[in-house]
Design a protein around this ligand. Sequence first.
Ligand SMILES: [Fe+2]
Length: 262
Amino acid sequence: MIETVYHILNAPGIAVLADLHGRPFEHVAELLRARRPEIICIPGDFVSGLWPGENRSPLDTQENVLPFLSACAVIAPSFLSLGNHEQYLDGADLKRIRSTGVTVLDNRWIARGGLVIGGLTSASVTAYRRFRAQAGQASSGVRYPRMQRRPPTLPDTAWLAAFGATPGYHILLCHHPEYFPHIPESIELVLSGHAHGGQWRVYNPIKRQWIGVFAPGQGLWPRWTKGVYEGRLVVSAGLSNTVSVPRFFNPTEIVCIEGGIE
Ligand SMILES: [Fe+2]
């Protein structure tokens, strides 16, 4: 794992922890304890999206998740949003997550100390909730292995205008970088993951930069995989690998943001 530091004007000190996917976290916690960020932001995919089994919670089948979140909350005020891998978490799971001390931003925002921090929930999560509700099983605790048919989905962005109009410095946890065109410009900082750096990174001699090869939701030669885009979208290459294909020239990373100087 590498530590990547970006300087962004007016931003607070933030550690961005994306795509840990329920993996061991001690190396991450150790770095956080040394760095002491002002806040910790977890923009989704802190669990693995594998089907946990009927009536079982991912929080019970993945033993690292709650201890990871508890460790974060001890180090600094911590906030998370829901990525596509969080689709099997239900209301009871979110309550258990909140009990760690981490603030869950599920299509909502909070204002605190001059910061306005929001979390845009993955469309995969909202589509799955809709599926369960339509199946009449929303309160039974039954989880479905997968949706029968996956319609094209968009996140619920209706609340973003009011979020962006709330006075303060706006930070949006938004797991999917491909949602960026839907984010109002009044939001100063957008934190994403999901693209895993494009899985393989290759050097483009024309652009004179390293670029990712593939990302879910963006396809081949994705646009947003790692780095800072338009001065306000920060994309983490993520903290783990979830597919059988190895990462090439693409180490896992913890992203740290520091305020820039005017
Ligand atoms: Fe993801």
